[in-house]
Design a protein around this ligand. Sequence first.
Ligand code: NDP
Length: 310
Amino acid sequence: MSQKTHCLIIGSGPAGYTAAIYASRAGLKPMMVAGLQPGGQLTITTEVENYPGYPNGIQGPEMMEHFRKQAERFGTEIKWSYVSSVDFSKAPFKVTVEEKETILADTVIIATGASAKWLGLPSEQRLNGFGVSACAVCDGYFFKGQDVAIVGGGDTAAEESTYLAKLCRKVYLLVRKDALRASKAMQNRVMNTPNIEVLFNSETLEITGEKAVEGARILNNKTKEEKNLKITGFFVAIGHKPNTDIFKNWLDMDELGYLKTIPGSTRTKIPGVFACGDSQDRIYRQAVTAAGSGCMAALDAERYLASIEA
Ligand code: NDP
């Protein structure tokens, strides 16, 4: 038997929960499918200090608990499950949960987020949250005055290395090839920052440290020389992957998989289907911008429902 809802929200990060708060307060009685990582990327960070309204900062998981409680307070029904496929061929849209249960939805708000890519080293996993991070803007502050390394050669790594350079004593930028992929302007900024040292042809073999990061073993893939960097922070900036695979046959996306929305809105090319948060944002990717676009999606859904009922 299938369930029916006016508004189905897929994903439970800041975008999904904000959409849920707005949609439930608007009387849409939304249903949310929380996904495989309830709470999203913030549940794997520690302290969040840049979300407005928390003057003393807050732990990421605790903040997401607040989001959840606020969404539930207004009547959002949350399913602790994941969406396995969608059928957007006609409204009501058919959304399949865990390959068995079907939900029919008049509107769908996609808030599935993105996942940071990782190098795949066991030491990176072990020290994640203990000096290893995939977000310099979130965690850079904790390494004030210290020496850190950041991996990557694209715009994100270039931008984040200059961000870190303002806070840290020294920043090693570890680039696997002999050139940066980042735009020329960003490359110039990196090269003109005195406390950034770019190490080309550099691969990370291991991040060292028992309970927290103490260093990294780096291999020069040209000379085959190995060296140990003494660092307390290790940042990974090798790209993100939006969690949009299940929408491939239905919605337009860019070459990286980010969903395309009509500028100035969260509308996709299918009326009644909206996208918000990191699933459609390759540039800003902040909790607060995700929350803002979640609000937009709920308002867009509400207006769409009003227009088809009129
Ligand atoms: P990119 O995909 O552009 O770059 C990823 C970088 O990580 C590449 O240099 C790549 O190396 C390197 N890399 C990938 N895998 C590994 C690995 N296993 N080990 C070591 N290095 C690895 O991702 P970005 O996040 O930098 O950027 C994504 C998009 O967002 C881009 O289009 C970018 O222009 C845009 N962006 C724009 C900004 C702005 O305009 N202000 C700011 C940030 C991003 P290699 O070069 O060898 O392949």
